[in-house]
Design a protein around this ligand. Structure first.
Ligand SMILES: C[S@@+](CC[C@H](N)C(=O)[O-])C[C@H]1O[C@@H](n2cnc3c(N)ncnc32)[C@H](O)[C@@H]1O
Length: 193
């Protein structure tokens, strides 16, 4: 298993510059990103949003393997400029739009794209490490941005009180651990009902 890839070097360099926003020196491993994206394999949603794609491990897995129809949209919302620049340079797919914004702006981003609600939102933002007001604002807008039967997938390297935070905004929350990631990844799936 080769951990030191050019993509990881970009990730690690940006982590050293913005440790609080990035939260880990490791990106999500490709195999685990694929398992996260497999969640939508059968369902093939039309509108997907991803918060905090960083170098795009999960984004590339979502795009690979025919999970996303040609008419679908994948909106990537990333706060850190170095990652935005990397994604714009390396990720070329007509279904993808990259926004240098905060996840708090999800409703505005959907409106600017002329899209209604999202079917699925993935998030790698370290929600339990940012101020609780900011986390609540992101989750409030996420709930509003999702279709009634939409799915929110949040992953994190630490459990902390993520489930408590999610339950304040979503009725139905489940969690599991992906042990083959370094470090192991906690995956939370939340729905409105
Ligand atoms: C743990 S990293 C995610 C890693 C990446 N998704 C992966 O799977 O390898 C957290 C990411 O969230 C981004 N981020 C943090 N706060 C954000 C916010 N409010 N809006 C959008 N992105 C944010 C960081 O810049 C970073 O790219």
């Amino acid at each position: 298993m080769n951990l030191v890839t050019p993509e990881w070097l970009v990730f690690a360099k940006v982590f050293l510059r913005h440790p609080w926003d990035v939260s880990s020196i490791f990106r999500t491993r490709t195999a685990v990103a694929k398992r996260l994206a497999d969640r939508i394999r059968e369902w093939r949603p039309q509108v997907i949003v991803e918060y905090g794609p960083a170098t795009g491990s999960v984004s590339r897995a979502i795009l690979a393997g025919g999970k996303l129809a040609a008419s679908s949209s994948l909106l990537l919302i990333e706060k850190t400029p170095e990652f935005v620049e990397y994604l714009r340079r390396t990720l070329h797919d007509p279904r993808v739009s990259i926004f240098h914004r905060s996840a708090t702006d999800v409703l505005k981003v959907l409106a600017e794209c002329g899209l209604g609600k999202a079917d699925c939102i993935f998030s790698g933002i370290p929600l339990t490490l940012i101020p609780v007001d900011s986390a609540d604002a992101i989750l409030r807008n996420t709930r509003e941005a999702l279709n009634e039967d939409g799915l929110f997938v949040q992953y994190a390297f630490r459990r902390n009180n993520m489930e408590v935070l999610l339950r304040r905004h979503f009725q139905n929350v489940r969690s599991r651990t992906e042990i083959f990631n370094i470090p192991p990844l906690m995956v939370f799936e939340a729905r409105k009902n």
